[in-house]
Ligand binder design. Structure first.
Ligand SMILES: Cc1cc2nc3c(=O)[nH]c(=O)nc-3n(C[C@H](O)[C@H](O)[C@H](O)COP(=O)(O)OP(=O)(O)OC[C@H]3O[C@@H](n4cnc5c(N)ncnc54)[C@H](O)[C@@H]3O)c2cc1C
Length: 421
């Protein structure tokens, strides 16, 4: 559920403060709802049952003190070792598999692969713990289209060459809603009660985005593409990576609080931080790279599944299923004459193993990568700012009979993804 009160600065707690407010200890993994204030015993919502779940911090935090982990007791050998079993690590593993590279090990600290695209299931349905939709792909992204064919998400091709999507996987109307100025409105771009001058700025911003969507660099490439490395390297666009989106907006006269709120929301949604800490290039890419076309869908439609993007994770996993080591934390990476040596801690057996490989591929979040490769000359020192997030999945036994209570004063900053109703 997302609500905007544009007269307030977005509430931006630090990670520890956020965990504290939510009742999550930093070591907390799976917690009872009683810890959440609104569901506390005796409150009107005490009947709501549920759990809070996060990534495996207990294992992850061992990275802070690697010297306390045991010495290696056995050695595994592979051509390539992949660290991290999110979408990136699994995609790399599938790609290697397709290209004849079968001697690959993937280390994943959690019990299951998936990372931010993990999912759960209850007696009613599967549900996502994080990423839950894929924007309709650009038909030129043939690699992604081929994968979607394999998963049954694309069922055919129209006479004009456009993909035909499985209607069960298409969401034509995500029913995203925003609570703004005391009302619910459809869609996430502020409209309800928004003054004319702000509306004009919002329209001007989206016209600018449309221009960027069509723009091409001197290298003949589109300015903004998915995958990112297919984007133009033309300096006129790449220089946008050197300033923040917030500064870019200020330079171009985008002062509307409503627009700024919306763009902060989008940056948190995609990059986990605000427009002040997102480059203008990345902020514009969020919008201008979306060029999906299909025979049976609008370009703004999305693909989604009950388990969210875990549907894709599961297909990636199955396509190269061997050599995945769960509950295994990589904590040291070292170059050797023969390639690379990785130390990894098995959280079940409490052993350390050494993996020797020709190459290592780090598909970890940047704050982890920096710990694994502290002296790497290629790594830009991290000054990342991150916004905490919560994904809420509600199972209801019927439609509400009374009007929904007003949520005035709630901001979306702790809930980057609005709940589709
Ligand atoms: C709340 C939220 C909603 C999102 N919604 C969408 C959406 O709807 N659509 C969309 O396309 N994208 C969405 N995203 C973005 C999307 O989730 C990510 O871009 C994508 O899942 C990231 O994949 P990844 O493999 O790069 O990283 P991650 O998913 O972070 O995977 C990294 C993996 O590495 C593991 N790991 C970390 N350190 C170690 C270590 N030392 N040793 C071993 N393993 C380690 C982690 O456990 C994790 O499994 C969302 C993100 C969030 C946070």
């Amino acid at each position: 559920m997302s609500a905007a009160n544009s007269s307030h600065c977005p509430f931006m707690p630090g990670r520890r403060e956020f965990l504290g407010r939510a009742g999550l200890g930093v070591a907390g993994l799976l917690l009872s709802p009683g810890l959440l204030e609104s569901c506390a015993p005796g409150s009107a919502r005490a009947h709501i049952r549920g759990t809070l779940r996060g990534a495996n911090q207990a294992t992850g935090h061992k990275l802070w003190k690697p010297s306390q982990l045991p010495a290696p007791t056995r050695t595994l050998r592979a051509d390539v070792v992949i660290i991290g079993g999110g979408v990136a690590g699994l995609s790399a593993k599938r790609w290697l598999h397709r290209h004849g590279q079968h001697n690959v090990l993937l280390l994943e600290l959690d019990e299951q692969v998936g990372g931010n695209s993990a999912a759960g299931r209850n007696s009613t349905s599967a549900f996502p713990w994080g990423a839950h939709y894929l924007p309709l792909p650009d038909p030129r992204n043939t690699e992604l289209l081929d994968f979607l064919r394999e998963t049954g998400t694309i069922t055919g091709t129209s006479p004009s060459g456009l993909p035909i999507y499985n209607e069960y996987h298409l969401c034509h109307d995500p029913e995203e809603r925003l609570h703004i100025n005391g009302h619910w409105q459809t869609g996430l771009v502020p409209e309800m009660g928004v003054p004319t001058a702000d509306r004009e700025q919002i329209a001007r911003f989206f016209q600018l985005i449309e221009d960027f969507r069509q723009a091409k660099g001197h290298d003949g490439r589109d300015a903004f593409m998915i995958p990112v490395d297919a984007s133009s390297t033309d300096e006129q666009f790449r220089q946008l990576d050197a300033i923040s989106l917030a500064d870019y907006l200020a330079q171009h006269g985008f002062t509307s609080e409503y627009l700024r709120w919306h763009l902060d929301y989008c940056c948190k949604d995609d990059y986990g931080t605000t427009a002040q800490h997102t480059s203008a290039w990345a902020g514009i890419h969020y919008f201008a790279s979306r060029k999906g076309r299909a025979h049976n869908a609008e370009s703004s439609d999305v693909l989604t599944w009950p388990q969210g993007n875990n549907f894709l994770v599961e297909h990636l996993r199955q396509q190269a299923a061997t050599g995945i080591l769960p509950h295994t934390l990589a904590y040291a990476v070292e170059e050797t004459d023969a390639g690379v040596s990785v130390l990894a801690y098995d959280a079940h057996t409490h052993e350390t193993l050494r993996v020797e490989a020709r190459q290592a591929l780090l598909a970890t979040p940047q704050f982890v990568t920096q710990r694994l490769l502290p002296d790497s000359p290629g790594l830009v020192p991290l000054t990342l700012h991150r916004a905490p997030w919560v994904v809420a999945n509600l199972t209801i036994d019927g439609l509400p009979r009374a009007p929904a209570p007003r949520l005035a004063g709630t901001t979306s900053s702790t809930a980057p993804k609005p709940l589709a109703t």
